[in-house]
Design a protein around this ligand. Sequence first.
Ligand code: AQP
Length: 344
Amino acid sequence: MTDAPPPEYKGPKRVFSGMQPTNGLHLGNYLGALKNWVALQNQYDCIYCIVDLHAITIEPDPKGLAGRCREVAAAYMASGVDPKKSIIFVQSAVREHSELAWIFNCVARMGWVERMTQFKDKAGKDEQRMSVGLFDYPVLQAADILLYKGTHVPVGEDQKQHLELSRDIAQKFNNDYDAPAFFPLPEPLIQGPGARIMSLRDGSKKMSKSDPSDMSRINMVDDAETIMQKIKKATTDPNPLPESAEGLKGRPEVENLVGIYSAASGRPVNEVLSEFGGKGFGVFKPALAELLASELGPIAAEMRRWNADPGALDAILRVGAERARAIAQPIMAEVRKVVGLWHA
Ligand code: AQP
């Protein structure tokens, strides 16, 4: 006898994703996530969160945290996330995220969470000195998504393993509580050459906010001159660009720059190489820097405009939180019943 497949989730399709308000956002955040978020708004109901509870897993920043949340909201909107179409809000404004995370802590297994490579990467040799919150980060992430019964999650490739954990948690919750298809199994939406943008200094490391070297990343607010300097100094090799994608194998830094060009221009890698193949970096790097400056320049200007008006940002985030609560609270009430928690 074979097991019957689990029943299908029949609820509405809903996109959920978020970013941490830690340091400034960079090109990886933009090409890997934000640019796709904007495109998805016309296809789905989208909820875009600023995950401040995640940000406190590394170090406290009580004076700067609220300001950083505003900056991330400004980056979302400057990139084209439209608060009339999508819900934009700050995670801690909806208390149910923490409540569902606790319930999921009791569903997730230690072995599952211990396998998460991002914790190992972030903790390095200092695992024992990391916060329990950093270890538990992917469980809170599962709660973020499933609190809204999110079905689709646009993220960069680095988040793929966390998404698989969210699916495992949803499945085990549905099984343990005999609540077939209560939670959907959220699908990652990981798209195109922007899904994995690497450090400009080391093609084996992802571009990251926490890299100590600012030369390793393009920040969304960098001006044209800074972008040019960083791209010119980006690690490459002495050979010209290859004529096709095959020739990028074993050249991770070159592959990264070509991938960035492709993601920013919307042109496939082979098309980029048919223009630049056989040419040296003296030609390609300035063209790439100009392309990035023309894409990021207007976004940075719009971010500055939003950042100068914190009252307007707060108003949008307040409305976003109300809309988010209106979805989350009834789902959390159902969860409490399913789990059998006291609700007299
Ligand atoms: N290098 C990247 N390439 C493609 N996508 C990326 N993302 C992050 N880095 C890259 C995507 O951006 C979204 C938000 O990420 P986050 O701010 O929540 O945290 P993160 O992934 O931890 O980003 P960083 O820059 O690496 O921050 P630190 O250094 O603080 O850990 C996610 O969708 C992610 O996939």
